[in-house]
Design a protein around this ligand. Sequence first.
Ligand code: FRU
Length: 460
Amino acid sequence: MSSNSEIPKHQLHYHIVPPKGLLNDPNGLIQYNGLYHVFFQWNQHGTVHKNKSWGHATSKDLLHWEYHEPALEPDEWYDKDGVYSGSAVSVQNRLYLFYTGNVRSVDGSRESYQCLAVSEDGFQFEKKGPLFKHPVGYTKHVRDPKVWQDKEGIWWMVVGAQRDDLSGDAILYQSTDLLDWKFKGSLMEEELFLGYMWECPDILHFEEKDVFVFSPQGLETNEKQFQNIYQTGYITGKFASTGKFIQDKKSFRELDKGFEFYAPQSFIDENGRIISFGWVGVMYPEVEAAVPTRKDGWLHALSIPREITYTDGILKQQPVTELEKIRQPNPKVIHDFTKQVIELPSLQSELLIDWENSPTDFSLIIREDVLLEYIHETRRFMVSRTNWLTQEREEREVRLEKGLENIRLFLESSLIELFINDGEEVFTLRYFIEEESRQLSVSKAEKKENRMIQVYELEL
Ligand code: FRU
C-alpha cells in the first residue's frame, strides 16, 4: 500500500476499530449463519468511557469487516447507563446475547443486571430484560456474563464479581433453557485472592485441561510482572460437573506481556478452533487521554483474531491462518543482516524471523522507536517504546527459558502484535510516532548468523 497523505497517520487497516468514538472489550463473539459476528463495547458519541452500547461488525473470513448499526443501546431502565460486556450463543438458529445492564443513581451508587437479548437474524435484537436477582454476598460490581454449553447439554454462565469484602471473584449460574438460571456460588473450588474485581471471565476447554481466563483489577506490580493498570491472565485446572473450577496450582500467568492487551473473549468456530480477540487496550486514564487518534475522533482497537491452543500448562496464541491471505507476494528476504537497516515495504507488514539455533543477542528497532531486545545470557526478552504522554521510555520483559527461536510480528502504523516462539509469549502494544519512518534497524549481529527475516506487505 503506498503512503497516502489523506490517510491519518495512525490509522489501522486490518484491525477492528470503532467507526468513530471509543471501543473497548470484544463482546458476543460467534460464528452464526455463516458469518463471524464481533460485537464490541462502543461509545459512539465520544472518546471517553460513557454511553456504552454494543457495536457490531461481521465478516465471512475474519479479515474483511462490515460495520453495522449498534446491536444494543442503553435505552431501558436496567441498562440506561451502559450495555456492558457479555457473550453470545446460538440455539436453533436463534442468537442469544447475554450482557450486563449498568445503572447509576443520582447519589452515585450503581446497580448491575445480567440481561438477555434475542435475535432471529443476528441483526435485530429484542431485549428480554434482567434474568435473575443480584447475588447475596457480592457488591454491585457483578458483570460480563460468559455463557457456554457442556457436553451434557447444560448451560453455564460465569460472571465477574466482587465479594462484599471487596475481593475479586467469579460466580457461576446453571440453566437448562437459557432463561431460568440457578446460582451455584463461587466458581473457584478453593478461594483465590487476586485483586479487588475480576472482569471478563472466560473458561476455555481443551481435551486435557480447562483454562480459566480473566482480567483481575488491583494486582500489585511485582518486579517485572503486573506492570499495566490492569492485567489479563489465566490459571489451568479442571471445570468439574459440580460447577467448580479445580485449579492446578495457584499460579496466575499473564496472557500478554505487552502494554495494553485486556479483556479478551474466546469462541469456538465451525472448524472447532478456539479463537480469541482482546481489547488493545487498557491504559491509565491520563495516557488514554493523550492518545493522538482522539483528534481524529476515534480511540482503541481489537487485537487480530488469535487461535488459542494448550500445551504443557501454557496457552499459545497464534494469529489465525486466514491472516496469511493478506500477505502480498514477493516478501523481502534477508539472510545476512549484520548492522542492516531494512526499509519496510509498508506500514502494514508482517515480519517473520527464524533462528536455527537460539541467537546470542539480538535487537531490532522498529520505526526508530519500538525496541525489541534479547539477551541470551539471561534469556531476557524486552520490548520498549516511547510513552506518548511522558515522552519517556518504558519497558516490558519476559524470560524465555528455552531461548529465542522465532518471532512473528504484525505491524500497523500505531499498533504491534508480537508472537514469540510460536505464540508462547505475546507482546501487544500501541505506539505513536510523528515521523514517517519505515526503518527497521537490526543490530547486535556480530557475525553472519543462522537466521532469516522475511517481511511481507499486508493488504486487505
Ligand atoms: C472491561 C470492562 C467490563 C465492562 C466493560 C464496560 O474493560 O470494564 O468489566 O463490562 O468494560 O465498558
